[in-house]
Design a protein around this ligand. Structure first.
Ligand code: NDP
Length: 304
């Protein structure tokens, strides 16, 4: 279906919608049993998140990370500091967490206030506790295929979704729209690694004739941040479409006055895609689940 491009148009069926919540639950069930095994050895996996400032969206993300840790039997702690914290104070917190044997995963919630050097903070986290997978050591391990590193949670969640649905990645043409360090580039690196074996094209804002590339995709992954920019005419019949985008657009019918949409025009594209993720309820659900996986694996590796 994927590799040779000979599929006929797929009729719309509920079953072509990937259920991110159900997949996230299956990941969490696996994490719970690994947590139980560690606890039997006297080890409780622990994730500490550092939240600087009072960005509302960041506070929501951090709250759900902490809650999910606790739900799965892990320690989940959040260190909250005001926006005027100094670089030295923040580095001191990271150093303390690096040295704390009860902390297996460290995550500094981004974005940080402008006066702070995010790159220096990320580089200060011990790579073996960097469960976000942003430290250059983990970025390098992902590229060279060393399995003891940590891949960033969102791309790792997308790959899990594809594999859980039995999507044939080997030989498939995977087109990734977006080249950020947190989604696009690591996504491409995962898809091309041996064992996944896709042929990967990375597109970005300077790509000429984007639709020419996307129309050739067996697997199309959109990570742009532009509401519903991927339209039906940009997608090949039978393609698998993964929508990473999260965009708030005005919607007078909602109490909040807004609603969340992805980078893909879901309704029309779902008529031609063989599989598609919705927004919300798709990739977003997987991100925290993969963070939990990375944290339990950090605890396993640090205690082995
Ligand atoms: P960035 O803004 O860092 O990157 C966006 C990328 O899209 C850039 O590489 C940019 O190109 C490219 N781009 C912008 N406009 C176009 C265009 N017209 N055509 C082709 N490419 C374009 O965003 P992120 O990678 O951080 O996030 C992408 C989206 O994913 C956002 O909506 C974000 O909210 C969402 N997201 C969702 C997560 C989840 O858990 N579901 C987690 C993380 C992000 P260039 O490099 O040339 O500027």
């Amino acid at each position: 279906m994927l590799a040779n491009g000979t599929v006929s148009p797929v009729s719309v069926a509920k079953s072509n919608i990937i259920d991110g919540a159900a997949l996230a639950d299956s990941v969490k069930t696996d994490v719970s049993s690994r947590v139980a095994a560690l606890k039997a050895r006297g080890i409780t996996p622990g994730l500490t998140v550092v939240l600087v400032g009072d960005d509302a969206a960041s506070a929501v993300y951090v709250g759900s990370k902490e809650r999910t840790c606790i739900e799965l039997g892990m320690n989940g702690e959040t260190i909250r500091r005001p926006a005027n914290i100094t670089q030295a104070e923040l580095i001191e917190i990271v150093d303390r967490l690096n040295a704390d044997p009860a902390v297996h995963g460290i995550l500094v919630q981004m974005p940080l206030p402008k006066h702070l050097d995010s790159d220096a903070v990320v580089r200060r986290i011990r790579p073996d506790k960097d469960v976000d997978g942003f430290h250059p050591v983990n970025v390098g391990k992902l590229l060279i295929g060393e399995r003891d590193g940590f891949a960033p949670c969102t791309p790792a969640g997308v790959l899990y979704m594809l594999q859980a649905h039995g999507v044939q990645t080997a030989g498939a043409h995977c087109v990734v729209i977006g080249r950020s360090n947190i989604v696009g580039k690591p996504m491409a690196a995962l898809m091309v690694q041996p064992g996944v074996d896709s042929t990967v094209t990375i597109c970005h804002s300077r790509t000429r004739d984007l639709a020419r590339h996307t129309r050739d995709a067996d697997i199309l992954i959109a990570a742009v941040g532009r509401a519903e920019m991927v339209t039906r005419d940009m997608v090949k019949a039978g393609a698998v479409v993964i929508d990473v985008g999260m965009n708030r657009i005005p919607d007078a019918t909602k109490k909040s006055g807004t609603r969340l949409v992805g980078d893909v025009a879901f309704g029309p594209v779902s008529e031609v895609a063989s599989l598609i993720t919705p927004v919300p309820g798709g990739v977003g659900k997987m991100t925290i689940a993969m963070l939990m996986t990375n944290t339990v694996r950090a605890a396993e590796q640090l205690s082995s």
